[in-house]
Design a protein around this ligand. Structure first.
Ligand code: BGC
Length: 284
């Protein structure tokens, strides 16, 4: 399109062209090149989007799986198509020795570990009155225990390497905000909040930064029951200032930023990616 202007038009057109070129270069830049990342729960939902975004930015990936090895294999192929590298490891993240196996796989295959994303999570949607012991144990083991020992084992490796690192805990708005009838989940996410803060302080001398990312409602399998119920979905959307659920990619881009150079002064805190949900107010 021609720009109508009086004099200096070429200059203006030149600077617009430069801006476009710069933006393109920035967008396609591989800011995580030579970095090695583990993403727990990386073969579905938010985890899968994180895996793809980190790979797009140049990182090599280790992904765990317990079930659906075929999904992980498919993801590996997709990453190879992007020109990246990824390996799937059979690992139950609620077990310490399996977490160790993930870190060992990162070191054996890619030589190091720079980014640990503790993302694996489940929920039972049960209340304080009806949660069984088994449900409680499972949620706390997969969400909180895995994040605790994932942090410990990753940090030990990063300290050995001596170049710092990033630990990113995927929590939820429910690390701080009650969700009635999802009590064990809230407990686990509240624990991850304090894990992030305490480990962030403890590991700061090693330049290992620990940050929590708290998504709101995201279009993933964990929210399928809400997404399939039009009345529930409408209620949820109207509680979100941005008026809609997030796409998994909108969480992944924040994680990629936190893993990169631009987030070098962020630690021991959480970022909420919730479309304003936690601050929502009807103004009464
Ligand atoms: C939970 C969902 C919930 C959403 C918003 C997520 O962390 O997994 O069940 O709908 O938070 O409240």
């Amino acid at each position: 399109r021609r720009i109508a202007c009086r004099g200096g038009c070429e200059k203006l057109a030149d600077s617009v062209a430069t801006a476009i070129t710069t933006t393109t270069t920035l967008e396609t830049s591989m800011s995580l090149q030579n970095k090695v990342a583990i993403v727990t729960g990386g073969n579905s939902g938010i985890g899968q989007a994180i895996v793809l975004e980190l790979a797009r930015q140049g990182a090599s990936l280790v992904i765990d799986y317990v079930v659906h090895p075929e999904t992980t294999a498919e993801l590996e192929r997709e990453i190879a198509k992007l020109g990246g590298q990824a390996i799937g490891v059979d690992s139950d993240v609620s077990k310490v020795e399996d977490l160790q196996r993930l870190v060992d796989a990162a070191v054996a295959n890619f030589g190091r570990l720079d980014i640990m994303v503790n993302n694996a999570g489940i929920e039972t949607r049960t209340s304080v009155l009806d949660t069984t012991e088994d449900q409680y144990d499972k949620v706390l083991a997969i969400n909180l225990k895995s994040a605790f020992f994932g942090t410990q084992i990753a940090a030990r490796q990063m300290i050995k390497q001596g170049q710092g690192g990033r630990i990113i805990n995927i929590t939820s708005v429910h690390e701080d905000w009650p969700m009635p009838s999802n009590t064990p989940y809230c407990l686990s996410k509240g624990g991850m909040r304090m894990l992030t803060r305490t480990a962030g302080v403890e590991l700061a001398p090693h330049n290992i930064l620990v940050v929590g990312v708290g998504p709101g409602a995201v279009e993933t399998p964990i929210n399928l029951s809400t997404m399939q119920d039009p009345a529930k979905l409408q209620k949820l959307n109207s509680a979100i200032p941005l008026g809609r659920m997030a796409r998994p990619e909108e969480i992944a881009s924040v994680v990629a930023f936190l893993a990169g150079d631009g987030a070098s002064y962020l630690t021991a805190t959480s970022i909420f990616v919730d479309g304003g949900l936690m601050q929502s107010s009807i103004g009464l």
